[in-house]
Write a protein that binds this ligand. Structure first.
Ligand code: HEM
Length: 199
């Protein structure tokens, strides 16, 4: 849910990103059908948006584990039962990998940009779901769910800021507070496609 909220927040804050993603969908999928999983490989810009959503406001910032036996890490003795926390947030906001990490920049995941760094940074989804034997077993469900919601929503709706009584747009703030945005069909045809898919 937090990740989906991030998607709607980012689309409201960055209309230019939303427009570029919708153009990619219109060019590749057209307006006569809804996007499917088969379209994924042909939607590179949307792939970058999804990577940046996993990175920008990491849904699970910390993962805690307890040591079952004594261990040593880089010369530090760590006794059994110590709680050790993986800081996923620090990894997804590592400035060496992701310069200006608080900015939502889908383009940072484009290949030419990535290859200009000494070492390509990791794809954020490899950080967002934890590591090792206790990493998230829901990763594929979560990834598939996010993809299909993102492409279906962008194909059929415009995600817009709330409009105040005086008629001016009120963009949401990046805070964990309640707020309002508007999600309106992009066209009568888009609304029709959704109705057909759900009837
Ligand atoms: C936005 C989507 C999700 C994110 C970012 C996420 C992330 C994580 C992270 C970071 C962990 C901790 C890994 C660790 O301790 O090293 C975790 C654990 C877990 N996740 Fe997810 N998760 C997501 C969705 C899901 C879904 C959809 C399911 C199930 C359908 C799921 C089931 C679990 C379970 C059962 C664990 C505990 C695994 C264990 O302790 O062995 N997660 N998840």
């Amino acid at each position: 849910m937090a990740t989906l909220e991030n998607f709607f927040l980012v689309m409201t804050l960055h209309p230019e990103v939303q427009k570029k993603a919708q153009k990619e969908l219109d060019d590749i999928v057209g307006n006569d059908r809804l996007p499917t999983f088969n379209d994924g490989p042909y939607l590179p810009y949307i792939d970058c948006i999804i990577k940046e959503i996993w990175r920008w406001n990491t849904a699970v910032p910390f993962a805690a584990h307890s040591l079952s036996k004594d261990d040593e890490y880089r010369g530090y003795f760590i006794p059994a039962n110590t709680v050790v926390m993986v800081n996923n947030w620090a990894l997804t906001h590592n400035e060496e990998w992701y310069p200006d990490p608080m900015a939502f920049t889908s383009e940072r995941h484009m290949e030419p940009r990535r290859s200009s760094l000494p070492q390509p940074p990791p794809d954020p989804w490899t950080l967002a779901f934890g590591f090792g034997r206790r990493s998230c077993p829901g990763i594929h469900l979560a990834e598939s769910f996010l993809y299909i919601v993102v492409v279906t929503t962008l194909a059929t709706f415009s995600i817009l800021p709330e409009v105040a009584a005086e008629g001016n747009a009120v963009p949401p703030t990046v805070e964990h507070l309640s707020g309002a945005i508007r999600i309106v069909p992009r066209s009568p045809g888009a609304a029709e496609l959704l109705l057909l898919a759900t009837s």
